[in-house]
Design a protein around this ligand. Sequence first.
Ligand SMILES: [Zn+2]
Length: 413
Amino acid sequence: MGWHLACCCFPQGWHLMADIIATCGECGTERKSRPNREQQPKLPVGWKRLEAKIFCGDCWRQRYSLRALIFPVVEPLSGTWKQLEADLHTMWAETTEAANWMMTQLYARDVRRIPGIERMPPMKWLYLYPEVRLLFPNLPAKSITSLEQTIRRTYMAMRCNVIWTCATSLPTMRYPQPFPVHNQSWKFHFDEGNRPIVEARIGEHRWELRLKGGPRYRRQLAGLREMTVPGELMIGKWHDGTIWCKLVGWLARDEDTTNGTGTLRVRTGKDCLLAAFDERRSRLWLENCDHLPRWIAEYRRKRLRLAEDWKAEQRPVPTFAVRRNTFVRKHRDRMKSAIQEAAAHLTNFASRRGYAVLEYDDSLRWLKEFPYAELEKRIRTSTEERGIQFVKAASSIPAVPEALEAQTTEYFG
Ligand SMILES: [Zn+2]
């Protein structure tokens, strides 16, 4: 066991600290770690603690799957709409400002590209939390931690394009940015009418909000009932003014439902959205989505023309800004529902045929400006909900030879 000198940010100053070992209570995997304030081991990334038992990342994911459930707020129970809006406004305004501040700081303190350097140097670790805490005292500490993680992830994903190739500009987070609430600051229950109620601390007050239920939210409600380990709560507002709550948490995986057999191999196509094959590489199922390239082309053309008009008008805020925002939103909504539909079709097919595993490969990209990452996320969620194991293919699933493809019967689920 090694000894380290470490600064713990305690007022006492420096401490002599020993390594301690984090051990997974399931498989016994050991990892060197540092003690936290309660002298328990700090958990490595991906590890979880549940009622004093420690799980390694693999064991945790075998037992629990992450779900995000979005509900509109129907009514505030512990105050008026006006008071709720006022409390939320403070949080949204500070969250938005803090998010923009962190994003610009990450950019400003990052490296600059100068001639002679060929490779982009790695990002220096920046700890912005103490500064954000001072600048935005109304935001709860845990909300800042969570916001910092989100912003850092967003920045890292686009860092190369922003500082190196200069292909994109730094994004601006618009009001209202969803307000994150830490898992210890919120809980939920069902009332006598079986309607979902969420309790959360917003600003100075503790709020009870009734969420939308009913048959349209059957799937979300079933998920909420099974949510064993709550994670983060986000409160935001849609453009139509509806306040929503996104409840993120871990659901216990139902081991008994996995009674299917075989692997369904799914890949994105070079002239279709998705195709599914069996283990003998015969195509079983196809989702063409021929309307998608048309939508994307239409969107690209319109955006280009508006950009030209904007240049011609030479004003910081063009007169057609509202129109442009509406059409950007419309396009985003269209893409979202196309993704949901394709994922539902695929999962229904896999479940009807009784597959145990779905192997996914999205190395082929038919559409240039399509959110393939979102598609994968959605398919992962919907298959796991049905008890089908989702596996990302290690190598790309080979395309089917033409002759073989012609022989196999196509199945349109
Ligand atoms: Zn383990």
